[in-house]
Ligand binder design. Structure first.
Ligand code: PMP
Length: 448
C-alpha cells in the first residue's frame, strides 16, 4: 500500500503555511520581472575573491580541521572575534554568551523551541518579520501586535498589550524588516524600562544595524538594558566599577552578561547570506539551553564556513576587510534607496505614502484604504514588477493596503523602471475606484 503522506503529518503542519516571500522569490528567476519582493543583498557586492582566497588559505593551513565535525557552540576564534566586534557597539559579553547559528533564522527557531509552549502569546511589532512568524507558528504561538510609526514601535501603546501576558517581545530596532523604520533613542529607553517593569524579556533582532546610510548610530536595546542594570547595582556617582555579585563568571573573573534582552545578528547582510552564519548573544542560561536544542537540529554550524568567515574577518590582513566592505555596501545601497525614493516621488500618485528608511534593505508603502495590495499584485505581475503584499507581515490581521519593497537587489535603472510600472498600476487602480465612485453617486434631479 502506498503511504498517504497527508495523514502521516504531525498536527503542527497545520500551522506551518507556505510563505508568500518564498513563492515570490521564485519569480525573481524570470529575468523580465523586476522584483522588489525578495530580501536579497546585491550580488554585485558579494566579496567572491575574498572568499576564494580565504577558502584556499583555510584548506591549505587547516584543511582537515575545517572538514571535521566541531563544537555546537561554534568556532571559538570566531566567537571571540564577535565579542570584540560587538564591544565596539557597547555590547559587553564573553564567548560563553555567544552561540554561532546557521543563520539568524535558526536562532529564531531555537528560541522558539526554548520558550514557546502551544498557545503562548508573543508580542511583535505590526508589521513584523515574516520569517519569525513562520518559525514560531510551528510551536503554535499566538500573536499580539503593537503598531510601528516613523519612530518604530509605538511604545505608548505597549503597556496595554503587555497586560495580555506575552511570553516575550520581538523587536527590530534598526531599519525594521519590513517597515524600514528605526526605533528612536527615547523610545528605546522607554521600552527597556517597560520590559523591566512588566518582567517581559525582549528578543532584539538586528541584521541591518551596520547598514546605516544617514544619521547617528543608536545604542542597541541590549546595551541600554545593561546600563539599566549597572545603574541599579551602583548608585550614581560612587565611582565603583560595575560588579554584580549574583552574575555567574567565566572563571577569568569576568562577569557574564545578564539582563532582559537576547540579541541576534548575522553575517548575511555584511558578508553573504549563502554562508548561513549568524549569532545569538544572551545570558549563559539561554546559550546553554540553545546549545542543547541546536545539537538536535544540526549538531553545529558548518565548520568550513565558520573558518572561512574568520579568515576573511581576522585572518592575515587583521581586521581590515569588514569595515571597508561595509562602506562599499552602504554606498551601493544608499544609492539604490535614493533611486527608489526619487522614482516614487516622480511616479507614485499623490494618494500613496511610503517610509524613508535611514538604512537596511526595505521600505513600506501604504495605498489608499480602498485598494487591496494582494489583489493588485496580479496586475503588477502582468506588468512585470513584483512586491510582497503587507498582510503577510500582520500576524493578527490588517495591512490589506500595504506592501514591502526591497531596494538592495536591483540596480538604479531597473529600480526606476519598476517603480514607474508600479506607479502606473496604482494610478489605474485609483482611477478605476474614482470612476466607480462617480457611477455610484446619486444623480440629482435639477431643482426648480
Ligand atoms: N531576521 C530578520 C529581521 C531578517 O530580515 C532576516 C533575513 N531576511 C533574518 C532574521 C534571517 O537572516 P539569516 O540570513 O541570518 O538567517
Amino acid at each position: 500500500m502506498t503511504t498517504p503522506w497527508n495523514q502521516r503529518c504531525a498536527q503542527r503542519m497545520q500551522w506551518m503555511k507556505g510563505s508568500a516571500i518564498r513563492e515570490l522569490l521564485k519569480l525573481t528567476e524570470s529575468p523580465d520581472i523586476i522584483s522588489f519582493g525578495g530580501g536579497m543583498p546585491a550580488p554585485e557586492v558579494f566579496p567572491v575573491e575574498a572568499f576564494r582566497v580565504a577558502a584556499d588559505r583555510v584548506l591549505a593551513k587547516q584543511g582537515t580541521k575545517a572538514l571535521q565535525y566541531s563544537t555546537t557552540e561554534g568556532y571559538r576564534p570566531l566567537r571571540e572575534w564577535i565579542v570584540a566586534q560587538m564591544a565596539r557597539y557597547g555590547i559587553e559579553s564573553a564567548p560563553e554568551n555567544v552561540l554561532i547559528t546557521s543563520g539568524s533564522q535558526q536562532a529564531l527557531d531555537l528560541l522558539g523551541m526554548l520558550m514557546i509552549n502551544p498557545g503562548d502569546l508573543l508580542l511583535t511589532e505590526r508589521p513584523t518579520y515574516l520569517g519569525a512568524l513562520q518559525a514560531w507558528r510551528a510551536y503554535q504561538a499566538e500573536f499580539i501586535t503593537v503598531p510601528v510609526d516613523n519612530e518604530g514601535l509605538q511604545v505608548d501603546l505597549l503597556e496595554e498589550a503587555l497586560c495580555a501576558g506575552p511570553k516575550f517581545m520581538y523587536i527590530l530596532p534598526n531599519f525594521q524588516n519590513p517597515g524600514g523604520v528605526t526605533l528612536s533613542l527615547e523610545r528605546r529607553r522607554q521600552l527597556i524600562e517597560i520590559a523591566d517593569h512588566y518582567g517581559v524579556p525582549i528578543i532584539e533582532d538586528d541584521p541591518y544595524g551596520e547598514l546605516r546610510y544617514e544619521g547617528e548610530h543608536l545604542p542597541p536595546l541590549v546595551v541600554i538594558d545593561a546600563e539599566r542594570l549597572k545603574k541599579r547595582a551602583r548608585p550614581a556617582g560612587n565611582g565603583q566599577p560595575y560588579y554584580d555579585e549574583h552574575a555567574p563568571t567565566n572563571g577569568n573573573g569576568r562577569a557574564y552578561m545578564r539582563g532582559n534582552v537576547i540579541y541576534l545578528s548575522t553575517f548575511s547582510k555584511t558578508l553573504a547570506p549563502g554562508l548561513r552564519l549568524a549569532w545569538i548573544v544572551a545570558p549563559v542560561e539561554v546559550i546553554q539551553r540553545c546549545t542543547i536544542a541546536k545539537q538536535g537540529m544540526d549538531l553545529h554550524t558548518a565548520t568550513l564556513n565558520q573558518m572561512i568567515a574568520y579568515e576573511i574577518l581576522a585572518g592575515d590582513g587583521g581586521n581590515a576587510f569588514l569595515p571597508g566592505h561595509v562602506r562599499l555596501i552602504r554606498s551601493v545601497y544608499r544609492e539604490r534607496r535614493d533611486a527608489m525614493l526619487a522614482a516614487m516621488e516622480r511616479f507614485f500618485p499623490n494618494e500613496v505614502a511610503w517610509t524613508h528608511p535611514a538604512g537596511g534593505l526595505f521600505l513600506w508603502v501604504t495605498l489608499p484604504d480602498y485598494l487591496d495590495a494582494t489583489a493588485l499584485l496580479k496586475e503588477a505581475l502582468e506588468h512585470k514588477v513584483a512586491y510582497v503584499p503587507g498582510t503577510a507581515f500582520h500576524p493578527d490581521g490588517g495591512g490589506h493596503n500595504t506592501m514591502r519593497l526591497n531596494f538592495s537587489f536591483c540596480e538604479p535603472t531597473r529600480i526606476e523602471t519598476g517603480i514607474r510600472r508600479l506607479g502606473e498600476v496604482f494610478g489605474r487602480a485609483i482611477e478605476r475606484h474614482e470612476a466607480e465612485a462617480r457611477r455610484a453617486e446619486p444623480v440629482l434631479e435639477p431643482a426648480f
